[in-house]
Design a protein around this ligand. Structure first.
Ligand SMILES: NC(=O)c1ccc[n+]([C@@H]2O[C@H](COP(=O)([O-])OP(=O)(O)OC[C@H]3O[C@@H](n4cnc5c(N)ncnc54)[C@H](O)[C@@H]3O)[C@@H](O)[C@H]2O)c1
Length: 324
């Protein structure tokens, strides 16, 4: 049995946004056609440490690839000089069950999350969108913008974070791939008038107010990925076309979870899963006026699809190190 080890640096060198976008769109397509297995994420909650740890298994049946990711979210990690989100991925042979690769998956998580936002915007944002608002200027915001910059000609980026230092750091990092106008603020209201709004905070109460959002806006709601988290005022959900990544996951832990549990909306108010749109079962945006929301919780199939591509690229380039 040969198991290979790929470090974070290896994965970073192999997993470009082009590769991530292709992998994630493929995974959504398969999900839309019901050819995936993805049991619910299981969570351990470390209440006294303000964090959690999740395991995320998945099987893509047509590609015949399977694996599991272990990932945390600790909102106080920045103070310790650590990322909020860190992950490790194991890919297994479906034929024998033997592990075939272990890889650092922190970069992979950011890239596949960015790619999910990108693919959603491709189907739901107005074509020709050119302004992006970011609320939250952390790790996920960077890959969201990277993905959008591959799909749209962005001329202006508005960034809001409670920390101006983080806004400045984001601009510095993002200029490496997107040189345009950046407007930085600590007031989220100032960034909400844009074509594509992206929220990536760990907030547990709404930040974005209903009356800030103009017709035609597309929102990628990324931050809410555990029970009790929310970033948007419920009234926005009620007047928007809400698309989730996975119904079961979103109901439990997505942007819609709080509104659903309080009875402010029902499952009938959810328009579709993104895979249904990618697979052509239902249309995405149908006019320039509708407000569209992509509620992303992060799917294990995104991880497996991206990790399999990393594995194949590593094999092809012979850069893998034997682990066992
Ligand atoms: N949907 C998915 O697939 C997915 C994947 C990974 C992470 N996440 C979630 O995304 C969120 C962000 O993750 P990250 O890795 O970017 O974290 P991060 O700590 O790197 O960044 C979060 C940023 O949000 C800012 N922030 C927090 N509260 C704010 C507020 N009220 N207003 C403005 N800014 C605020 C922080 O200052 C920080 O800069 C987390 O909730 C995480 O669980 C979702």
């Amino acid at each position: 049995m040969d198991v290979i080890w790929l470090s974070e640096e290896d994965v970073r060198s192999l997993l470009t946004m082009e590769v991530a976008l292709e992998a994630v769109e493929d995974a959504f397509f398969e999900h839309g056609l019901g050819r995936t297995q993805m049991p619910p994420k299981s969570y351990l909650y470390f209440a006294s440490h303000n964090g959690d740890l999740r395991t995320m298994p998945a099987y893509l049946e047509r590609a015949d690839v399977a694996g599991v990711k272990i990932v945390n979210v600790h909102t106080g990690n920045a103070m310790k000089g650590l990322p909020t989100v860190m992950a490790l991925m194991v890919l297994n042979s479906t034929e024998t069950g033997a592990p075939k690769a272990v890889m650092g998956a922190t970069h992979l998580t950011g890239m596949r999350t960015g790619a999910a936002g990108g693919i959603a915007a491709k189907h739901l944002a107005r074509p020709g969108s050119e302004t992006v608002g970011l609320i939250g200027a952390g790790a996920q915001a960077r890959t969201q913008l990277l993905a959008l910059s591959h799909l749209f000609s962005i001329r202006e980026v508005f960034v809001a974070d409670m920390s101006m230092e983080r806004c400045l750091a984001l601009e510095k990092d993002c200029r490496a791939f997107l040189d345009c106008n950046y407007n930085l603020t600590t007031d989220p209201r100032e960034v909400s008038e844009c074509d594509i709004l992206v929220t990536t905070t760990p907030s547990r109460k709404p930040i974005v107010k209903d009356d800030w959002i103009l017709p035609g806006t597309h929102i990628n709601a990324i931050g809410a990925d555990a029970k009790g988290k929310q970033e948007l005022e419920p009234a926005i959900l009620r007047r928007s076309k809400v698309v989730v990544d996975d119904l079961a996951q979103a109901t439990h832990s997505g942007e819609v979870n709080v509104s659903l549990s309080l009875g402010e909306m029902t499952a009938k108010d959810i328009y579709a899963q993104i895979g249904d749109i990618v697979a052509g079962k239902v249309p995405g945006r149908v006019d320039d006026e509708e407000i569209t929301i992509f509620d992303s919780t992060g799917l294990a199939i995104q991880d497996v699809a991206a990790a399999e591509r990393v594995y194949s690229l590593a094999k092809g380039k012979g850069i893998a190190v034997k682990f066992i």
